[in-house]
Design a protein around this ligand. Structure first.
Ligand SMILES: Cc1cc2nc3c(=O)[nH]c(=O)nc-3n(C[C@H](O)[C@H](O)[C@H](O)COP(=O)(O)OP(=O)(O)OC[C@H]3O[C@@H](n4cnc5c(N)ncnc54)[C@H](O)[C@@H]3O)c2cc1C
Length: 556
């Protein structure tokens, strides 16, 4: 579906109004002059009211297990496979009718595939970059754990794929900007994907193979089974979960532990407003399947006394599935006021953070008739962004196009115009009027930009001169920059062993978390310096946790 400028701006107002409504409600004075029955009251959020326990009489069946895993996404399924392989009686319960999987990139360090390709990664520097990217709010020990163990864990995943005649290869981010001097734009060759598998097929296949292996090792999986409440013993230890299956309830007991792997809370408006409010300003969501990411695991854990990762959470918001032609390339970008605001040669989160933080949630990428020759001399980061994000991603995801065979640039620009996401003007004034930015401001911004081009140095925002190209030749173009939420990989407060912590920061016995419901691994932003890290974290930490809980030991 295409969006035109009017819809785009209308959407901005609607989303902005919603976001504003949330913050106004939170600031509203309690009580006061208004004495209506509802004045001063706010609706309790789901995690604030502990529900009554589900009565024993309503439970129709009990399933006994050593390890219960809640949520059959990549994290839960990896934990499930490893728990079963470690000899435990493990069960996985999932509220949807099938496992959840999406995307294709998986990050690891020091795998057989990397060694064979002669790729070596400076692990210490990568961990340092990831901690810096979190503004020092992530737990560096967990990041180090991933970096240290991901190679050996991933080699087993490579073997699993080989059993299905599939081969892992290095992904597209692998040569991006490994040697960039600035940590904010450095990317490492961490990403792996399955040769010949499409965007979602890759993860769907892998999750399917993991489940098959788990079932072959004695595991059991239950679909359309929604975890409702964790079960505690008299000492407050978690000993199982009660789940609903249609209109009946089933109790799953866990003698060794319950692993929460329920994914993120991006589909829960109240949770977004509480823990990741900037996400209230995205242009939409790319998460699939809808209704899986409602924060159920967070509700259950908080009802059981757990706490959330302190500080701000780092959402994965990318300029994908929409926007205009070449919108992620590092041409000039302006806000709704027609003003330049940053070095445009930035990462995907750098681009979308600016969109979410800008007036009217609006950013335009501006280029001129020479875009073809200019694109060819853009920086490696700009090319990486162009190949992985922007308007073409919707075609990459539906399989009708692949990044290594995109149409010629003029065709892409025409597609943007046809879709109502790229606009053209014979003059800058005409373009400004079309996109509803002040014409005098846009003209002045372009004049200053061209001065910097002549100078060969970006004195204003410090952009790589490779990306500094004139905007002088008609027609002129403006492409919308989208900001779509994928996931919010921030969640429950955990320690270095992935034990969920209570409000006093003590481990809750028997309760563990992995995947997006687990906090403390990301903060500020989902960083792009280790492409595939979201899956990579799910796989490595899920594997370590599944095996450790199965053995009654702790993640080391
Ligand atoms: C379009 C898209 C593309 C992506 N591409 C990539 C990529 O290439 N590389 C990368 O690293 N990351 C990518 N990501 C992010 C990545 O997919 C996720 O971060 C990761 O898969 C999360 O895995 P998870 O197991 O933690 O959660 P999920 O995959 O969200 O799984 C959680 C599961 O728990 C289930 N669940 C929830 N509540 C309950 C309950 N009460 N009872 C039972 N079950 C429950 C849900 O139904 C769901 O199946 C992408 C994301 C999107 C949206």
């Amino acid at each position: 579906m295409s969006i035109n400028r009017r819809d785009f701006l209308k959407g901005a107002v609607t989303m902005g109004a919603l976001a504003g409504a949330g913050s106004l409600a939170a600031c509203a004075p309690q009580g006061g002059a208004d004495d209506s029955p509802t004045a001063g009251t706010t609706k309790a959020r789901s995690w604030e009211t502990v529900p009554d326990p589900i009565p024993e009489n309503d439970i129709s069946e009990t399933v006994e297990a050593d390890v219960v895993i809640i949520g059959a996404g990549v994290a839960g399924m990896t934990a499930f496979m490893h728990a079963c392989e470690a000899g435990a009686k493990a069960v996985i319960i999932e509220k949807m009718s099938q496992p959840s999987a999406r995307g294709l990139d998986m990050a690891a360090v020091n795998t057989r595939v990397q060694k064979a390709a002669g790729v070596s990664i400076d692990k210490g520097q990568l961990v340092s970059d990831l901690v810096k990217a979190s503004g020092y709010k992530a737990n560096g020990s967990l990041i180090k754990l991933w970096a240290d163990k991901s190679g050996e864990v991933f080699d087993r995943i490579i073997d699993l794929a080989a059993d299905h005649d599939a081969e892992f290869v290095l992904g597209m981010g692998s040569s991006a900007t490994a040697n960039a001097p600035d940590f904010t734009t450095r990317t490492y060759p961490t990403d792996h994907n399955l040769a010949g598998y499409g965007v979602h097929e890759c993860m769907e296949a892998l999750v399917g193979w993991m489940q098959e292996r788990a079932l072959a090792n004695g595991g059991a999986s239950y679909y359309k089974t929604r975890a409702e409440q964790l079960l505690k013993d008299g000492s407050g230890n978690i000993i199982g979960v009660v789940a609903s299956q249609g209109s009946s309830y089933v109790k799953y007991t866990a003698s060794k532990g319950v692993i929460l792997a329920t994914g993120d809370y991006g589909g829960n408006e109240d949770m977004v407003a509480e823990w990741c409010p900037l996400v209230g300003r995205v242009h939409g969501t790319a998460y699939i399947p809808p209704e899986a990411n409602t924060g159920d695991g967070i509700n259950m854990a908080l009802w059981a006394g757990a706490s959330m990762q302190p500080g701000n959470h780092g959402p994965m918001v990318h300029p994908i599935q929409g926007g205009g032609a070449l919108c992620t390339a590092s041409f000039l970008r302006v806000n709704a006021n027609g003003k330049r605001f940053a070095d445009e040669n930035t990462t995907l989160p750098g681009i979308t953070d600016a969109v979410m933080s800008s007036a009217k949630r609006t950013v335009w990428t501006i280029f001129d008739a020479d875009y073809e020759s200019q694109m060819a001399s853009m920086s490696a980061l700009s090319t990486y962004n162009f190949n992985t994000a922007g308007s073409l991603t919707k075609y990459f995801m539906d399989g009708s196009m692949t990044p290594d065979a995109v149409p010629p640039l003029p065709e892409i620009v025409q597609m943007g115009i046809d879709e109502g996401a790229t606009f053209e003007g014979q003059t800058l004034e005409e373009l400004a009027t079309t996109i509803d930015v002040p014409a005098d401001a846009l003209v002045a911004t372009v004049a200053r930009y061209n001065e910097l081009v002549d100078l060969g140095v970006d004195e204003d925002f410090g952009k790589d001169p490779a990306c500094l190209k004139p905007i002088a030749k008609a027609p002129f173009y403006a492409s919308q920059v989208p900001a779509k939420l994928l996931v919010i990989p921030g969640g429950l407060n955990v320690d270095d062993q992935l034990r969920v912590l209570d409000s006093e920061e003590r481990p809750i016995e028997g309760l563990f978390a992995c995947g997006n419901v687990q906090g403390n691994f990301f903060a500020n932003d989902y960083p792009i310096c280790a492409p595939g890290l979201s899956h990579g974290r799910c796989i490595t930490l899920g594997a370590l946790l599944g095996a450790a809980v199965a053995k009654g030991s702790l993640v080391q």
